[in-house]
Write a protein that binds this ligand. Structure first.
Ligand SMILES: Cc1cc2nc3c(=O)[nH]c(=O)nc-3n(C[C@H](O)[C@H](O)[C@H](O)COP(=O)(O)O)c2cc1C
Length: 130
C-alpha cells in the first residue's frame, strides 16, 4: 500500500510512553495538520536522519485515554525492535494501512495490552507485504 509520508523533528513527549513500555518518537510536523490522515493507529515506518528505515506502529490522535476529547493531535511512532535515541532528529514517517481507530481505555494496562496487539498487527501486515 502507498504510504502517506510525513516529515518533522522528534520532540520530547510526556515520557509516559517509556513508563508504558512503548516509548514513542513524537514528531513535530513541518506542515500543517491539513494533510494528516484521520486519527487512528497505523502500520508504518520511521526513517531516521541517516536514512535508516524501520518498521513502526504509528499513532495519530489526541491520546483520549489521558486527555479526553481535548488532547492536541500528535503523530507518534513506536519503532519496533529499536532502543536508540531519535531526539531532535529530522525524520520521515510513512503512514500505511489503518490497524484501528483511537480509543479511550479505562486504564493504562488496557492500553498497553492493546499496543502489544497493535505491534503484532503491524508485523503481520509488513510480513504479508514482503
Ligand atoms: C501503537 C500505539 C497505539 C496507541 N493507541 C492509543 C489509543 O488508542 N488511545 C490513546 O489514548 N492513546 C494511544 N496511543 C498513545 C499513547 O497514549 C501515548 O503514546 C502515551 O501516552 C505516551 O505519550 P508521550 O509520548 O506523550 O509520553 C497509542 C500509541 C501507540 C504507539
Amino acid at each position: 500500500m502507498t504510504h502517506t509520508v510525513l516529515t518533522g523533528v522528534v520532540v520530547p513527549g510526556d515520557k509516559r510512553g517509556r513508563e508504558l513500555g512503548f516509548p514513542t518518537a513524537n514528531v513535530e510536523l513541518d506542515d500543517s495538520e491539513a494533510d494528516l490522515p484521520p486519527d487512528g493507529v497505523y502500520e508504518g515506518w520511521l526513517e531516521d536522519s541517516g536514512g535508516t528505515r524501520r518498521l513502526a506502529a504509528v499513532s495519530i490522535g489526541g491520546r483520549p485515554t489521558y486527555y479526553g476529547e481535548h488532547g492536541a493531535r500528535l503523530v507518534e511512532a513506536y519503532v519496533l525492535d529499536f532502543s536508540g535515541d531519535l531526539y531532535r532528529q529530522r525524520v520521515r514517517v510513512g503512514v500505511g494501512s489503518a490497524v484501528r481507530g483511537q480509543e479511550r481505555f479505562a486504564s493504562s494496562d488496557e492500553l498497553i495490552a492493546q499496543m502489544r496487539r497493535d505491534v503484532e498487527a503491524v508485523r503481520r501486515v509488513a510480513s504479508a507485504r514482503a
